[in-house]
Design a protein around this ligand. Structure first.
Ligand code: SF4
Length: 208
């Protein structure tokens, strides 16, 4: 890690809350389904939709036997329901038959489980170091010069190569939170703790 990047990271880390969690569900299956529902919507919407879903289908066995149209109606508020419904049923069927995955690699073999979802599961459920490269994370990482690619998979690999493992999970949460609250698509640079160090602070011209 070069000095500037190190200084930026330390400052961001210091200014972030010690505990950051976007989806707090503790049951592994429910966590996984909630993360799948969160694609292309807000975490708040995903959690609220998941809550309605779990009220009707409380576990993997129940959802694995569910009618796709009924599931689709319940999860409609989270968007992309025609895609998400068969995927969450299919993943539930796999888990009902084989149990919960014990490594992120086997998760990515399931339908609808991309690298980001697998990394979320690795970090939250398995307690493994993980780089969770969602839209917020990649936007902030690029602006700060932590990566030079907008491709989520490549950005995650670059971060893994560039930073020690023990920083991955914390960095994922801190950059994600920073992207939600300050370094938004239209960044709020004037209130940013790394304004004086950021190579993209000219973006302040777009501040809202
Ligand atoms: S100075 Fe602006 S562009 Fe740079 S990290 Fe902060 S909010 Fe984002």
């Amino acid at each position: 890690m070069d000095n500037t990047v190190n200084t930026i990271w330390k400052k961001l880390d210091e200014n972030a809350p010690r505990e950051i969690s976007f989806i707090t569900e503790n049951d592994p299956w429910r966590f996984l389904i909630t993360v799948m529902l969160s694609a292309s919507t807000t975490d708040r919407q995903a959690v609220s939709t998941a809550s309605a879903l779990f009220a009707r289908y409380p576990d993997a066995v129940a959802l694995s036997e569910a009618d796709e149209a009924d599931v689709g109606m319940i999860i409609r508020p989270a968007g992309l329901w025609k895609t998400k419904a068969p995927r969450i049923i299919s993943v539930s069927r796999y888990i009902a038959e084989h149990g919960l995955p014990h490594d992120p690699e086997s998760l990515t073999l399931l339908p609808g489980i991309g690298e980001k979802t697998a990394e979320c599961y690795a970090e939250h459920v398995l307690g493994l170091p993980a780089v969770i490269a969602d839209t917020h994370f990649v936007r902030v990482a690029m602006r700060l010069g932590f990566t030079d690619t907008a491709d989520r998979g490549k950005a995650a690999r670059e971060i893994r190569e560039r930073f020690p493992r023990d920083l991955w999970s914390r960095m994922s949460m801190v950059l994600n939170l920073h992207g939600r609250e300050i370094c938004r698509p239209r960044p709020r640079c004037s209130v940013c703790p790394v304004l004086s160090l950021c190579p993209s602070s000219d973006a302040a011209s777009g501040e809202s």
